[in-house]
Ligand binder design. Sequence first.
Ligand SMILES: [Zn+2]
Ligand SMILES: [Zn+2]
Length: 289
Amino acid sequence: MEFQSRRSSSTMMMGALSTLSPHQFSTLSQVLGSTFHLHRRRRLALLLSPALFSLSLRHLRSLSLHHKSLLIARFHLSTLKHLTLNWDVHVHSGGSAGLLRLRDVDSALLLLLLSEFRHHHPLPLQGLSTSKCRGLLLDYVLGRHMFAVSALGLSTSTTCGVVSSYIHHTARFLDVIGCSDIAIGKTGREVATSVATVVSLPSIKVPARHTDDDNLFECVICKEEMREGREVCKLPCEHLFHWGCVLPWLKKRNTCPYCRFRLPTDDVFGEIERLWGLLVNKSRMSNCQ
Ligand SMILES: [Zn+2]
Ligand SMILES: [Zn+2]
């Protein structure tokens, strides 16, 4: 069952990627490649510096389970943004949910390394001194690196290797947070639209009617007509609303009241849901072609 859903989220991502042009695909793999490279270097720096290591470990241990899952979600969101860059009309007005400080990057890298180590190693790290713990993790990373160079070295140095390794890790993460529920909109959570997005929404004058479709000239929040020439708010999906109606709405939700189009949010999981929705749509389009 779990395998099934993992396969489907990877398949979904591959379907979405197949809609990219060769140029977009190669730009994406370059960005992902350099992000991976930076993360590997930062992880090594973390393991080689006793001071930095103990600082990050102490910070990590001070976090609650909830904060740890938020940290990992924010870490994945920052790379999910690269993947959806080509389809996201909000790239420049997006929320702050994917922004990571260096300390958060360090803690996330350490947390991911610890769980990977636990997965491959029977030896528990609990109860060990910080320096012993650092030594074991360093040996593990260097050992794995040697193995990768001798056996599978090419896997993350080729364009497809980088992308497939990214898809593998992201699919695993999305399954952990329940992306199959997200994909069918079952989560039912409501989160506020990001403030940066709200302030950048355009104001337009209601145009003269060209069609008989009354729905286009009625604000679906208050059910009243929008008079020609009045300044109203236009959402990216092109739907119009009275400013006085849409602002309180967007304070509580990040969807268009008419068509459910999702706007960016500062909520980490809400933002992952939005980007995942973009991927799912793209993937469906690729199946229809
Ligand atoms: Zn209204
Ligand atoms: Zn809409």
